[in-house]
Design a binder for this molecule. Structure first.
Ligand code: HSE
Length: 414
């Protein structure tokens, strides 16, 4: 008999408990032994829960119970999750988690503690909700050098953008609906400002490139400035706006190129057709070429599915040496944004004849765009590819010509 504990009975934790008791028989067969979910840790009371006898508020009870071999940390945030995880690993318990913030900040450290204590620290649920991506990257694609990863990594913002694109829904209404459906973070700023996607691309980059990539080093921009006008211009030339997290291996051992940004991407591309709460992750391997993973990136049961899969993996791997790890790093291993090369969509207000001439002079051959209901003083265009340093300088010159920059979105080659 192997005992399991769940730390946190929020959206994901309650999903893990539900999945465990619903599929207990088949989970035991898959794990090859009897399983019990002995404790659920939460500061709140759940007297009416069918699992009321399993609740505890005392973490030490779990940490000191030697029969508990696997712990699911689904509290989220850095503390107390970090202390609880560290204690469990040091006490010889494997830990699985959906906590992307903790893995993105402390992954290398916790993986090293796990290795020292011959237990596992697994985090399939931290990226892509129910999509298997961590284990495929680590195991199935092990023969590859991973050169690039690009993904729609946040379900809430993809849901909001899809509502804006398809239903002309306002940003605020779409966000409220995403919160009601349980997709958004407790503080939805983490979703709409891109921090959640940043944590996820950091985890994927760390795993792919073998050393810790910290969120503070990755330029991150969310979707709060995206308007229905920008959405219309994107549609006019076959693009959709998506929040993209991307990371590219540096050439010849150089710095990694990584960023989270809203972007025009081609509607018919594999990532361009990923809508609603779905996530899509494109992995570019040197043997496989492009491999794309797709599925529900947020929500109670998809995320619980990934947590439960890791629990079974830990039970099966008890007393074996863990292999999932990456090297610690002092940070600073990501190239500055200014070195990034991209095309840019710009929407400007001023005299349009003057704007067309200025755009050509400053950026070269631009692609002018049009939309229904375009005001007489609005001019939108896509620049050729340039470094962001060059684009910044040209945009500053444009703004100095009495031009109001109304919209600015990167155009990516996906
Ligand atoms: N808030 C996150 C999202 C949850 O919307 O993708 C899953 O990590």
């Amino acid at each position: 008999m192997t005992n399991i504990a769940v730390l946190g009975y929020g959206t994901v934790g309650s999903g893990v408990v539900e999945v465990f008791f619903k599929h207990r028989d088949s989970l035991q067969k898959k794990a090859g032994q009897e399983l019990d979910l002995k404790y659920i840790l939460d500061v709140r009371d759940f007297p009416d829960s069918p699992y009321a006898d399993r609740f505890t508020k005392n973490f030490e009870q779990i940490a000191n119970d030697e029969t508990v071999k696997v712990v699911a940390e689904v509290i989220g945030g850095l503390e107390p999750a970090f202390t609880f995880t560290k204690t469990c690993l040091e006490n010889g318990k494997s830990v699985v988690t959906s906590n992307k913030e903790l893995v993105a900040q402390k992954g290398a450290e916790l993986l090293e503690i796990a290795r020292k204590h011959h237990v596992n620290y697994l985090f399939e649920a931290s990226v892509g909700g129910g999509i298997p991506i961590i284990r495929p990257l680590h195991m199935c694609l092990a023969a590859n050098q991973i050169d690039e990863i690009a993904g729609i990594l946040n379900g809430t913002t993809n849901f909001i953008l899809t509502k804006m694109i398809r239903e002309n829904m306002s940003f605020a209404d779409a966000l409220a609906l995403a919160q009601k459906l349980g997709y958004a973070e407790r503080n939805p700023a983490a979703d709409v400002e891109g921090h959640d996607a940043c944590r996820k691309i950091c985890i994927l980059a760390s795993l792919s490139f073998g050393e810790h990539v910290y969120p503070k080093d990755v330029y991150t921009q969310g979707i709060t400035d995206i308007t229905l006008e920008d959405v219309a211009y994107a549609a006019s030339c076959g693009y959709v706006i998506k929040l993209i997290g991307r990371a590219k291996r540096g050439a010849d051992g150089g710095k990694i190129s990584a960023m989270v940004t809203p972007a025009f991407i081609r509607h018919e591309s594999q990532l361009g057709t990923v809508d609603d709460v779905f996530n899509g992750i494109l992995v570019r391997g040197d043997a496989t070429g492009d491999v794309v993973f797709y599925g529900k990136g947020a929500g109670k049961l998809p995320t619980a599915s990934a947590v439960m899969g890791d629990i079974i993996e830990c039970v099966k791997a008890l007393d074996t040496s863990p292999s999932l790890r990456w090297n610690p790093s002092a940070g600073g291993n990501v190239a500055p944004r200014e070195e990034n090369v991209t095309a840019m969509y710009l929407r400007c207000r001023s005299d349009t004849v003057m704007l067309a001439q200025a755009a050509k002079k400053l950026f070269g051959e631009v692609q002018p765009l049009s939309r229904e209901g375009q005001p007489a003083d609005e001019y939108a265009f896509i620049t050729p590819e340039k470094t962001e340093k060059e684009l910044d300088a040209a945009i500053a010159k444009l703004a100095g010509m009495d031009v109001e920059i109304l919209g600015k979105v990167r155009v990516l080659d996906y």
